[in-house]
Structures are given as C-alpha cells and as structure tokens.
Design a protein around this ligand. Structure first.
Ligand code: X5A
Ligand code: ZN
Length: 662
C-alpha cells in the first residue's frame, strides 16, 4: 500500500500556438517542472507510477454531452486558424491538435487513480495532468479546462463503486464553477472551493462564486464557497479555513472518498493567485485531509503557474501522501481581517445545513464582556510582501525522515499490546545515574520499580529530539504518570526545546513549578468546568458527544497547537482520562501536523492494552477509526469551549472564527 503517481509524457504536447497573454501561462513546462521536482527529491521512485490511459467516450459521457465530445474530437484535424477561431468561442481556452488526446489522458488519469485507491492497490495518489479540469462544463471548455477530470472521477466513483458520499476539496485559487454546476443539486458530492473573488471582480466574475451559493434542491448545503476578497492570503488564513469551515463540515459529512482539485495557483509567487501561502502549507492541508475517508485521497492537478512554487508545492503534497512528517509552517499564525470576514460569511450561509456550524456560531455570539476581550486583538489586514518569495522558497528545509518511525516502551509485555508492524520496542535506556538524578528531583514520586521504565522513556524523548525516532508511546504506572510528565517537561527544557505543548488528559495536576514563560503550553482535558490560569495554562472538560469532541480538537486544540508552534508535543493519558480508542487515535493523528510528528504519548498502564494499537497506528500515520455517528454537542460542552475561546483568542488568533466588529 502506498501512493500512486499517474502521469503520461504525452500530456506535455498541448501548448498555445498563437499570442494570448491570458492563456500563455498554461504551458507544458508546468508538468515537467513538477515531475523534475519529484525526481530530484527521490519522491517519484517511492510512488507506484501508473502510466495514464485515455478515458473512453463512454467515460467522458458521465459528465459531457456527446455533441461537445465530438466537437473536441474534431479539433484534432483543424488547422491553426480554425483552432484559434474555435478557441475564441470559449472563455480563456486554447485548442491544439493534441488537445483531444491530452484531455482524454488527463481524464483517464483521474479515473485510474480512483480505481487504484478504491480497489485498495494504494492508499492515495496524485494525477499530474494537463489540461486542468475544474472550469469545464457539460458542453463547454473554460479557463484552460477541456474535460472536467475531477467531476468525472466523482461520477466514476459513484457509478462503478457505488459510493454515496464524496468530498471534493478545490484549493485551486480559481472557483471551479464547472464542478459546482455539475453537482449543484447532488447531495452525494460535497464541493468545497476557496477562491480569489475580490467581491466579484476577479475571473470568472460570477455571482454564484460567492458564499451564498450553497447548491439547489436536494443539494442545498453541499456546495461550499469561500470567496477571498483580498489577495495575500497566507498559511494562517488557509489553516483557519480548514479548521473552522471545511473540516467541521467534512467530519459531519463523513465522506467515503476525498478528491482534491489540487491547483497550486493558490501558493506564493503565483501570478494568477497573488496569494502568500508557502509550499509547506500544502503538506499541512494534505495531512489534515488524511484523517477523513480512511485516508482515501485522490488529488488531481489543476492550476499552478509559477514553476518553482508549483514544483515545491507538489513535492510537499506527495511527501505527505507518502506519510513523511510535515515541515514546520512559517509565518505568524494570525488570520487577516478579510479572511475572517470571508470565513464568517460562509458560516452564516451554511449554518442552516450543518449542525457542526450551528455549534460554532452559537459560540461566537458574544456577551458585551466577551466582545471587549475580543477587541484586544485586532487582526491585521493582509499585505503582499513584494520580494518575499525567493527567501521563503530558499528557506524551505526538509528534515530527513527519522530512521525509526514509532517506538514503544511499555511496562506491559509487548505481545499483550497487539502493536501494528513497523513499530519498534524500545529496549535502550539512558544511564542509570541519570535516571536516578531526574527521579531524585521528584522525590518520593517514583517507586524503585519505576526507574527502569523512566530510563527507557527518557531515551525515547532523546530519540525524538535527536531525530532518531519520529514519535513514541510509553506506559507508566498510574501513580508515576504525573511525575513522569514533570520529568519529561524539565528534560525537554534542559535540552533547549523552545516550546513544548502538553496535552494532559485525566487526573494530572499542573506541575507546581511549571514555568509560565511561554515555553510550556499546558492544556488539561478533564473534570467538570473550564478554567484558565494564564494564557499558557488552562483546562477544559472532555466532551462526551462526537460533535463536542470534534469542536474541541478543531476549534481549540489545533488552533492553539498551530499558534504555539511547538518543537515537541507531550500527550499524557493519566488516570481516569476517559478517552475512547477512536478519540485517542484522532487526537494523536491530528496533533502530528503542527509538530512535524514529534509526539511522545505517555499512557497510564491500566488503559494501555485497549489503546496501544490504535494509538500506535495513528502515530505511525494510519487513518484513525471513525468516532461513530455524529452527535450534536451539548449546551454545556459548547459553553465550556466558548468560555475558553473568548478569553484565549486575544493571544491565540487562530481561535477566532469571526471577524471582530469594525
Ligand atoms: C485551471 C486554472 C485559470 C484560468 C484563468 C483565466 N484556470 N484567466 O487555473
Ligand atoms: Zn486556477
């Protein structure tokens, strides 16, 4: 099982044959640049490479009219003047004698990728194709697009595999109006698109690209448009859109397959998009999607016109599909005012159709006291730094993947844990004297028999910090869990970790000598009420509903984690933590993104037999099991979250779900 890469060199054949400044950016070098990038980084050879085959006429007929297909077919024999004349009948389109062949290969590649994923040959994959597809309509080429590759893929998945829920994530910077039209009244396809809009003054200048276009008939609520009204949107804006709009809806929708209209004209440097998101952002967006649909992701290239930015972004996505850890996200994690307004407008339009948004919106109706707290933190307006591109692209460093992926040190015999293959048992330990010295600092909280385990856990921590191990699970006796966590925090700091995020579940008290200097972010998930000691130390109850749990993760834990940018995450499951298997797995899986996978999970031994396997799988990169049917958060759960968010969002700007009033 792995990642498919579907490609055919013939797709570089089509190119513009006359002068047209609008169309010249859609050039063959786009594909060669992306492929060269993958080759240079050794990513191509790690994929299952499939050679694209043309889609049949019948397959094209899933979306397109017979007359339109025949018309495109005829372009094969037209001369340059005739091609030019035909092209002018469409909006931002050029035909070439090889267009029909290329467009059939592009559509065929998307279908093959769906087959590879849905037959279980691979987990996920990318089709590198030209021409792109998302603007194309039943009987019209549009915006460089001839056949609608992703719409065809969705129809194919429904028809051949009987899928009932498909999510399409269109992160290209243009609105894929073609996809929107095709599935406008179809509730089995949830179409999400963000796009440069500027209140309608950006191509394709359509009112139906705005947030209030939500689909029609049975399909109401299954079209989700997030229009960007300014250029310069960056990593924080894209993340906020995923955490506060796309992911809540996607979890509630519970797709069986995720298709990505993977356009990279939404990345920094692109002449069309004028946005600021750096290539690593696409690694993060990809990893966030990997918790859905059992990890079944089919990405199909759409736009992307800055060759260097395109190649890097494609590499970031493929690397993440392959399971490599995500590189850190650069930049201040503060969404801009205009982005928050856009996010709010989608939430308002979609609230009637989605329970998860009803929860979020209720939590952003603020009391006067809360409103004054919100105003403490004004959001910046977005600014496009002129020559910010090359330094950012140069900085892009790739940590090599650690030799050992996930390791376990356990007080419980390994065989009892049913660990997945590829997980290593930690036998090594730090020196006995060193362990004893740490234990002495926490007098009387360790029994003699705890010391051997502590030595191994310290060794795991060192392994993660040195890049020898990606992440790890350690068990402790119930009594020693809190003390172990204390030692781990101190050792992280002693080893010069800049920021450590502790997510402590169950009965684990905040260490008394915990520094409040911004190096430790301590979040305790336990008990009855939410409480705040400082901007770095607080606690919240564990929700009992799936809706409440998801809101906690997407609305609180991840925005905090992304805002904090930790070097290391300590996830501790102490006595009476109350987490179910699927919850623990989802929390671990999602905490990996903001920290590049560097998580040490400490679990008290009572519950490890139940949790070890799914926790190890999640840390290892497997998609966590489903939380079960969606259940609405209770008013108490929402109130606790609301209480925390209202007070914390002045410091942690990614928590904001709505723009402060002007
Ligand atoms: C696939 C894509 C853009 C067309 C822009 C026309 N099309 N101005 O990115
Ligand atoms: Zn585009």
């Amino acid at each position: 099982m792995g990642t498919a890469l579907v490609y055919h060199e013939d797709m570089t054949a089509t190119r513009l044959l006359w002068d047209d400044p609008e169309c010249e950016i859609e050039c063959p070098e786009r594909l060669t640049a992306a492929l060269d990038g993958l080759r240079q980084r050794g990513l191509e050879e790690r994929c299952l490479c499939l050679s694209a085959c043309e889609a049949s006429e019948e397959e094209l007929g899933l979306v397109h009219s017979p007359e339109y297909i025949a018309l495109v077919q005829k372009t094969q024999t037209l001369d340059k003047e005739e091609l030019h004349a035909l092209s002018k009948q469409y909006n931002a389109v050029y035909f070439h004698p090889d267009t029909f062949h290329c467009a059939r290969l592009a559509a065929g590649a998307a279908l093959q990728l769906v087959d590879a994923v849905l037959t279980g040959a691979v987990h996920n994959g990318l089709a590198l194709v030209r021409p792109p597809g998302h603007h194309s309509q039943r009987a019209a080429a549009n915006g460089f697009c001839v056949f609608n590759n992703v719409a065809l893929a969705a129809k194919h998945a429904k028809q051949k595999y009987g899928l009932q829920r498909i999510l399409i994530v269109d992160w290209d910077v243009h609105h894929g109006q073609g996809i929107q039209y095709i599935f406008n009244d179809d509730p089995s396809v949830l179409y999400f698109s963000w796009h440069r809009y500027e209140h309608g003054s950006f191509w394709p200048f359509l009112p139906e690209s705005d947030a209030d276009a939500v689909g029609q008939g049975q399909g109401q609520g299954f079209t989700v448009n997030l229009p960007w009204n300014q250029v310069g949107m960056g990593n924080a804006d894209y993340l906020a859109a995923f955490l506060h709009v796309l992911l809540p809806l996607a979890f509630e929708f519970d797709p069986e397959l995720v298709l990505v209209s993977a356009g990279f004209d939404s990345a920094i440097g692109d002449p069309e998009g004028q946005m600021q998101a750096t290539p690593e952002c696409f690694a993060h967006l990809t990893q966030l999607l990997q918790v859905l649909a059992g990890g079944r992701i089919c990405a199909v290239l759409e736009g992307g016109y800055h060759l260097e930015s395109l190649a890097q972004s494609v590499c970031m996505m493929v690397q993440t599909l392959l399971g490599d850890p995500t590189p850190p996200l650069l930049g201040l994690m503060v969404p801009c005012q205009s982005a928050l307004e856009s996010i709010q407008s989608v939430q308002t339009a979609q609230t009637p159709y989605w329970t998860s948004l009803q929860q979020i919106l209720s939590s952003s109706t603020h009391s006067p006291e809360e409103r004054s707290l919100r105003l403490l933190g004004e959001s910046p307006t977005c600014a496009v730094a002129e020559d910010s591109l090359s330094p950012l692209l140069d900085q892009l460093c790739l940590r090599p993947a650690p030799p050992i992926c996930t390791a376990v040190a356990s007080t419980v015999p390994g065989a009892a844990l049913c660990l997945p293959p590829g997980v290593l048992h930690q036998e090594g330990s730090v020196l006995r004297e060193e362990t004893e010295a740490w234990a002495r600092l926490h007098k009387s909280r360790f029994q003699d028999e705890d010391l051997a385990t502590l030595g191994k856990i310290l060794c795991l921590l060192d392994g993660i910090m040195d890049g020898q191990i990606r992440n790890a699970i350690a068990t402790t006796t119930a009594l020693a869990t809190a003390a172990t966590l204390d030692v781990l925090i101190q050792r992280c700091l002693a080893r010069r970790a800049q920021r450590v995020l502790c997510v402590a579940l169950g009965q684990l008290d905040r260490p008394l000598d915990l520094a409040d200097d911004g190096r430790i972010l301590w979040l305790n998930i336990r008990g009855k009420d939410a409480a705040i000691q400082s901007m770095f130390h607080f606690s919240t109850p564990l929700p009992q509903t799936t809706g409440g749990f998801l809101s906690l993760i997407l609305g609180l834990v991840l925005p905090l984690a992304y805002g904090f940018q930790p070097d290391m995450v300590l996830m501790a499951l102490g006595p009476a933590h109350g987490l179910q298997n699927a919850q623990a797995a989802l929390l671990a899986a999602m905490l990996r993104s903001p920290v590049g996978g560097r998580i040490l999970a400490v679990v008290e031994e009572e519950s490890i037999r139940l949790l070890a396997r799914s926790l190890a799988q999640a840390l290892h990169g497997e998609t966590p099991p489903s939380l079960g049917p969606f259940s609405k958060a209770t008013p108490e759960e929402i109130q606790a979250l609301m209480f925390l968010k209202a007070r914390l969002e002045a410091r942690w700007k990614l928590l904001q779900v709505a723009a402060p009033p002007p």
